[in-house]
Design a protein around this ligand. Sequence first.
Ligand code: NAP
Length: 344
Amino acid sequence: MDKLSSFFATDGVDPNKVPKRTLYTGAKMPAIGIGTFGSDRFSGEDIAEAVKGAISVGYRHIDCAAVYCNEHLIGKSLQEAMQAGIKREELWITSKIWNDMHGDGDILLSCAKTLKDLQLDYLDLYLVHWPYPNYHAPGVDVDSRDPHARPYIHEEYMKVWRQMERLVEMGLVKHIGTSNMTIPKMKLLLRDAKIKPACNEMELHPHFQQPEFFKFVMDNGIFPIGFCPIGSPTRPDRDKTETDTVDIQDPVILKIAKRLNVHPAVVCVKWAVQRGQIPIPFSIHRNEYLSNLMCSVVDPLTEEEMKEIAGIDKNCRLIKGQVFLWQGAKDWQDLWDLDGKIAQ
Ligand SMILES: NC(=O)c1ccc[n+]([C@@H]2O[C@H](COP(=O)([O-])OP(=O)(O)OC[C@H]3O[C@@H](n4cnc5c(N)ncnc54)[C@H](OP(=O)(O)O)[C@@H]3O)[C@@H](O)[C@H]2O)c1
């Protein structure tokens, strides 16, 4: 057996059949990727193995971040895939700059470290992970606060963005984008950016559809990448609150799952691809990540089912971001500019 045939799964999905999204630059991005944040549940080795497995079954889009602390292991998986015959240009690799690296020169340093860890010479997409420089140590409780935390300061964000633009000019990244933004913050960025964001990574699942923000980014030629597409059902307890709802227990999702004879998680992923966002479901289990990819190419949901899912939005944000709050902030809602103004 040659190198190529021993790496690739025979029951995988043909990556050419996976839908693509055309960004404003003309670049084509796979309409579904695999997440790589294992929180404290999975080791970096488990996740790197899953990335290798995911590529072998047909994934070409991997969502990474420096703060997930596993890029050096994922880099080895990417190398193995490329040694098996996958060309660099067939892959779509995203990474993100963490909040403690927003200072002058830090973004170039951080990007260089990510490239070295991932063993790549460019990224397809580099995101500002949060629009705040506020730091919190991995794994801390939601009540933990950074005493130096500050609200959003647009002039500071633009200094970060200028460094991001520089990375494009240097050829280290093909596209830049945002994450955990709001409409008011995005309006300022669009006003002042030389290079417009290509994508905005945001929480999107059936119980948190963000219709207004979704429309805003689409209308502005920015693709929404949807994180927690399944509603992150097995996230650590410290990240759950009493009012959180569970997408994969919703009667509408359960009914459609029964019709298709799939896990309710798969219905969430399918809905996401069909609605037009780019979901990045996470799993280290082969049967799960394979069915998540498979559902993007088979058995579309009916128009009626799409309407039914549109009707179950509960505006239930799961990643509230409490740890990024600054002194004087009321509560986590201040991070999300709910009244249309940037909270100070
Ligand atoms: N930009 C940001 O700030 C941000 C924030 C959060 C997440 N993210 C990204 O988004 C990715 C996904 O988010 P997430 O991991 O929190 O949540 P998620 O993808 O909504 O949920 C992942 C969990 O769903 C279960 N699952 C996945 N596929 C399944 C299937 N086919 N059948 C049954 N269960 C299935 C798995 O549970 P088990 O493990 O128990 O099987 C898995 O741990 C992250 O890995 C990360 O890359 C980005």
